[in-house]
Design a protein. Structure first.
Length: 129
């Protein structure tokens, strides 16, 4: 009987040791993956910062003006005219998601706007003191 209990305890001990080793090994793998992902995130942030600085350099007004002066004749560039601007509703595929005046989100704002006074003149044109 004493030997049976010893064998059961030894088997239980081997099981616990094996389970502990597996948990430790799995946690080390998870820690390595976390470190790898953190390094990848840091590299991506560095790359984003680099791309932002490149973008600001490429779109700087002085550089663009120099390019226009240098290549304006070859590219047939001309100053933009006010008539070339389009409103949103003139753009192809433009669709207004909701009408602000009829949207339930804006109920009561129009009436509240009429009662607001700014400076010494209210919205009805009367001077207040």
């Amino acid at each position: 009987m004493f030997r049976g209990i010893n064998l059961i305890m030894i088997a239980l001990l081997i099981g616990v040791v094996s389970w502990t080793f597996k948990v430790k090994h799995d946690s080390q793998i998870a820690q390595a993956r976390v470190a790898e992902l953190e390094a990848q995130i840091a590299a991506e942030k560095t790359e984003i910062d680099l791309l932002k600085s490149d973008w600001s350099l490429l779109t700087s007004p002085g550089r663009l003006q120099d390019l226009v002066e240098r290549y304006g004749e070859e590219l047939n560039l001309k100053p933009m005219q006010p008539g070339q601007m389009a409103r949103k509703d003139e753009l192809p595929g433009y669709r207004l998601e909701f009408e602000p005046a009829t949207s339930p989100l804006f109920d009561g704002f129009v009436e509240a706007d009429k009662a607001i006074t700014t400076g010494g003149i209210n919205t009805q044109g009367e001077v207040s003191q």
